[in-house]
Ligand binder design. Structure first.
Ligand SMILES: [Zn+2]
Length: 711
């Protein structure tokens, strides 16, 4: 939903990351990479809280402590009452024992970790600004207006579903296919409506300094196209939850349950035909996704892509006509839309737009609609409860107008010193990699040279950007919540339109800097170590060199390694889609990854379920590369305190996670479970064995010939 709202380059990446939604207001260049440091936890920050079952010792039918070679110490049930293991047998558990025992999952979350702690600290500072009426300036005004729009329930309840009606009435009034085309092609009328296609400037995959106009298509109701061929339990939950919401929303509009259900099912039937030719989530996670979506069309070719569907009029109506060059994400979907664009399908297409809009708008209306929307999310993700108004307002502001909010934050909490620290550290790590790469003798000389070239042109995006998108002409004063969303979307669309044919400004970032994460961006060859992660175990201004290297240093090392992995190796030093590995190097890399993957396949998480090596191998290899480069830097330091360093590393991965979320990660996440990120990484390196005198027979021991680090 809301694809049309994404005005900048986050598009490719948002799809790669989540397959839906995205970052509606991000601006600037490049896209966020799928390779963040953080384990995915889709429920966190959503309206959720751990169920009673999570809080209790666990389900008697599930075995929690059968992990091999380490028990899963991310689970509270395995920590409570157990003795602290020896450091030589389970380093992660031993080092973090006291923290794990004392940690509890906070309401609204599925885990407690260094990430949630860092995020909470930033959030507390940021949220204290929301009610601060002394803050002056346009940015503060925007933040305040949106805050009021979200939290003023008297006004929201008074307005009821009125804010919904202009769009719903407009769609209902469409009588012919031409009338539908007029609606789709008018950015004012179809603002915030899923109207089959969306358009925005994106960094050109072939030339990272240039924008190209991208044509995309909507996310479907079941979110993953694969669900239409074979419904999984996730698809079933999405179906039930959205059906219930749509029926209730239709009832507010005076349309009965049977009719609403029939419309919903008809729309799903229509979507099924699109899904037949659409890329699935699995496709989006595949290594060849960039080639799949990089379909370039000339002006003439784009004109001929459709006959019935008004693609050309849409491009012109949205102000992108005459761009000369276009990229179409999924041409097969556009062609299928063209086939489906008939008078006979007029009603179902109107229902499609209406239903998608009802789902999008529900949480932005009165209390009744908001509660229905929360119930939908809870039903879909198996969570309960809802976040309080202040937190909802904070999340909304960060999502819709992050840059004005970040500027207000930085005015209050100066981070200039932090920016210097992190920039310096990134340079050190890049220097370490330069030396390290030269020693990787399994790579050919040419590939190593190319790798160093990539390293030398790597952009360091530390803490916060020096340049910001201009929001001075945006005015939200007096608007309701849904109206604010429409205004922001239209404003962002204007910014995006003005980029057509322009050079990409890589100094404007696409990322929300208050979130706790770090990532490598292939499309501009940048490492992004942003404000939100620089707290708790990761960073502190008073930290020793050992603590810095063991904390944020390993994260920086992790991110840089993504420049040289399966996906990173498809992009050159400028961020252009151009594979630079020789075939023999690619094969050698694949062989090493297979060994690593095989090792993880043999690890049991809990309840007899093993890790899926192929899921986690890329991120595990990045963790190990990050550790290796830190050990390289450590070797240059006089009297380096390795114990302090390794302990700091273990502390960044400490977590207590609900069994459901942990199981979900075990099956789906691209990152290993946290306790494995500590233990398996450290098992690979001699310095670790030497520091603690680890030998055969110790739990942490792995014979040199069995070690699996790729780098
Ligand atoms: Zn990563």
């Amino acid at each position: 939903m809301m694809k049309r709202m994404i005005p900048a380059a986050a598009l490719i990446v948002s799809l790669l990351l989540t397959g839906c939604g995205g970052y509606p207001n991000m601006s600037g260049t490049g896209g966020r990479d799928g390779n963040d440091i953080k384990n995915e936890d889709p429920k966190d920050n959503g309206p959720s809280e751990p169920s009673e079952k999570d809080k209790a010792a666990g389900d008697p039918d599930i075995t929690y402590d059968d992990g091999k070679p380490f028990i899963d110490s991310d689970l509270k049930v395995n920590v409570t009452g157990s003795k602290c293991p020896d450091i030589k047998d389970d380093f992660h558990f031993a080092v973090n024992h006291d923290w794990l025992k004392g940690a509890d999952i906070k309401e609204g979350f599925t885990s407690e970790s260094s990430f949630t702690c860092a995020e909470r600290n930033t959030k507390e500072r940021a949220m204290s600004l929301l009610g601060d009426s002394s803050l002056a300036g346009h940015d503060a005004e925007l933040v305040r207006s949106l805050y009021e729009a979200v939290t003023d329930w008297d006004k929201r309840n008074e307005q009821g579903i009125e804010p919904l009606k202009p769009v719903i009435t407009d769609i209902a009034g469409i009588k012919t296919l031409d009338g539908l085309s007029d609606f789709i092609c008018d950015p004012k009328r179809s603002n915030c409506v899923s109207a089959f296609v969306s358009i925005m400037n994106e960094t050109d995959l072939n030339d990272s300094w240039r924008y190209i106009v991208y044509i995309n298509n909507d996310t479907l109701l079941l979110e993953d196209a694969a669900e239409y061929a074979e419904l999984t339990s996730a698809g079933e939950r999405a179906y039930e939850a959205k059906m219930a919401l749509v029926k209730a929303m239709y009832s507010r509009l005076g349309i009965g349950g049977d009719e609403a259900e029939a419309r919903f099912n008809r729309v799903l039937g229509f979507e099924e035909k699109i899904a037949e030719v659409a890329l699935t989530r699995k496709d989006f996670n595949g290594p060849d996704i960039f080639d799949k979506v990089n379909n370039i069309y000339t002006e003439e070719e784009i004109k001929n892509l459709t006959k019935a569907f008004p693609l050309q009029a849409f491009i012109e109506g949205f102000g992108y006509g005459g761009a000369g060059r276009y990229a179409v994400y999924q041409p097969k979907v556009i062609q299928r839309l063209d086939e489906l664009y008939t008078e006979a399908n007029l009603d179902v297409m109107k229902d499609y737009m209406t239903i998608h809009y009802l789902i999008y708008a529900a949480d932005k209306l009165d209390r009744e609609c908001y509660d229905l929307s929360v119930a939908r999310i809870n039903a879909q993700y198996g969570t309960t409860g809802s976040t309080d108004d202040e937190v909802t307002a904070y999340n909304t502001i960060l999502k819709l107008i992050p840059e004005p909010f970040e500027k207000v934050y930085l005015e209050k909490y100066d981070a200039a010193e932090m920016k210097d620290d992190i920039t310096g550290l990134c340079k050190d790590v890049i220097g370490g990699y330069r030396d390290m790469l030269k020693e990787e003798d399994w790579l050919s000389e040419e590939t190593r040279t190319e790798a160093v070239k990539k390293l030398e042109s790597m952009r360091i995006n530390a803490v916060y950007p020096d340049k910001w998108q201009d929001y001075s002409a945006l005015d939200l004063s007096g608007l309701g919540y849904l109206e604010c969303c429409h205004a922001i979307n239209a404003y962002n669309a204007g910014i995006d339109r003005s980029r057509t044919g322009q050079k990409v400004d890589k100094d404007v970032w696409t990322v929300n800097i208050l979130q706790c994460n770090a990532f490598y961006n292939k499309q501009d060859n940048s490492i992004n170590i942003i404000l939100g992660i620089l707290d708790d175990a990761f960073y502190g201004e008073d930290m020793s060199r050992e603590e810095l290297l063991g904390g944020i240093g390993t994260v920086i090392g992790h991110e840089i390694s993504h420049a040289f992995d399966e996906k990173g190796s498809q992009f050159d030093e400028n961020g252009n889609l151009k594979a630079w590995w020789k075939d023999e190097d690619h094969k050698a890399y694949g062989d090493r990854m297979a060994v690593l993957s095989g090792y993880f396949d043999g690890i049991t998480g809990f309840n007899g379920t093993n890790v899926i090596g192929s899921n986690v191998s890329a991120e595990a290899a990045a963790d190990m590369a990050g550790m290796k480069v830190m050990l390289y830097l450590a070797g240059k330091e006089p009297d380096f305190d390795y114990d302090r360093f390794f302990r700091q590393y273990a502390s960044i991965w400490r977590t207590i996670t609900s069994p459901e979320a942990e199981y979900d990660k075990l099956l789906k996440d691209q990152h290993p479970l946290n306790y494995l990120r500590t233990n398996v990484t450290l098992q690979q390196y001699d310095e670790f064995y030497e520091e603690y005198g680890i030998n055969e027979g110790d739990g942490m021991y792995l014979a040199p010939e069995e070690r699996v680090a790729v780098w």
